[in-house]
Design a protein. Sequence first.
Length: 184
Amino acid sequence: MNYILVAGTAGLSGAFEIAKARENELMKRFPSWLLERLKNPYPDEKKENEVKELLKDADFFIECGEGGVMTGLWDLSKALNKGFEIDIMKIPIRQEVVEISEFFHIDPYRLQSFGTFILAGDDPIALMEKAKHAGLDSEIIGKIIDGKDKILYFDTDSELRYLDRPRRDELYKVIREENHADNI
C-alpha cells in the first residue's frame, strides 16, 4: 500500500452548506450558474454501489467529512502509523469551492468534505478507474512513507510544510453552529 489518492472533491459538501446558508449574500457576488453547481455535491444514489466497490478494492480508505481532506490525511497517518508525502496541488477541487473559500477567507482543504475519500493502495490506476466509474474525480496525490512525518508539498517554489493536528472545520467560520447543528 504505497500510493495515496483522493476520490471526490475537497470542500464540496462544506461549500454546499455555505451556499445554502449564505445564498443571498453569494448571489450578489457570483453568477447563478456557479452557485447552481453546488446544489448536489454528493454522489448520485445510483452510484452508491460503485462507490462501495471502489472502497472495497482499496487497501485503506476513509471518508474525509468534518475537517476536510487535511483531517482525512491525519486520520490515515494515525491509522497506518506511518507518514506521507503529499502534493497538495493535486487534490481535486472544483472552482466553485475555491471561489467560495476565497470569498470567506477559509481553507478549502480544511472544509467539510463528505462524499470525498482518501484511499491507499498499490494499484492507483485501478482505483482511479473505479472512482471514475462511480462518478468521482480522483487523483494520485502522494505516497506513504516510513516514519511519522506528514509532509505537504506546494507547487509554488517547491514549498514544504508539515501537516498540523486537525482543527475545527472551516465551515464554522462562516456558519454559526446553532444554524448547522440540524444538518450534522
